[in-house]
Design a protein around this ligand. Sequence first.
Ligand SMILES: Cc1cc2nc3c(=O)[nH]c(=O)nc-3n(C[C@H](O)[C@H](O)[C@H](O)COP(=O)(O)OP(=O)(O)OC[C@H]3O[C@@H](n4cnc5c(N)ncnc54)[C@H](O)[C@@H]3O)c2cc1C
Length: 221
Amino acid sequence: MEEKHIVKILSVEQDTHDVKRFRLEKPSGYSFIPGQATEVTINKEGWLDKRNPFTFTSLNAWDFLEFTIKIYDEHQDVTHQLGLLEPGDELILHDVWGAIQYKGEGTFIAGGAGVTPFIAIFRQLHEDKTIGANKLLCSNKTVADIILKDEFTDMLGENFINTITAENAAGYDHGRIDEAYLKEKIRDFNQQFYVCGPDEMIAAIQQALGNLGASAITVEL
Ligand SMILES: Cc1cc2nc3c(=O)[nH]c(=O)nc-3n(C[C@H](O)[C@H](O)[C@H](O)COP(=O)(O)OP(=O)(O)OC[C@H]3O[C@@H](n4cnc5c(N)ncnc54)[C@H](O)[C@@H]3O)c2cc1C
């Protein structure tokens, strides 16, 4: 039977200008693999028929659950409504399912909120002291859009690489992730690639990686 857990929001914090961190009660015995997601419903009249997928960004060892969610106010839909919620409000969580899973050291490529499935993966690797030579390549419109900028910098150092597409920002690469950029940033294409972002970005990067003799595990977000 399908799982259904009603959980209270414990805290809401702003990460970037449009990304919020929601910490939630954790049902007893609840567990997931870093990178897994669940469908979330807002437990309020008028919203009970909507289910949107979000990835857990907490670790199993924590005593609360966490989601890191980009709020699209212009959609006037679920994420806009999530952005209005406060501690004490409730969410309904459904079955836990796989979005993406760690399969060994490699390069993670994310567009915007596409980094969210990688948060728990990197936090777990960091916790286990096995982050090794894993790299995270993020593409965002502006520097202000970079999710968990300080934490990723602490965890990954020089292996946290950011390219910015909509402004020229000192100290950051400028432009989209394409074949030339991948060649500039990656020496060995015989490694694991993970790509998460909008469908057009995944298609373009898959094509570029294919031309370079590599393939990737992908999640469309
Ligand atoms: C496996 C998986 C895991 C995910 N994990 C996360 C996560 O951890 N964090 C995260 O932030 N996101 C995550 N997402 C993405 C997230 O589910 C969506 O961003 C979210 O559901 C969007 O909901 P929404 O209600 O705001 O808008 P939508 O469902 O995109 O759209 C709702 C309404 O807005 C309208 N609309 C759509 N686009 C526009 C537009 N450009 N302008 C105006 N109106 C528009 C539509 O017509 C529709 O009426 C994940 C997705 C998947 C598949």
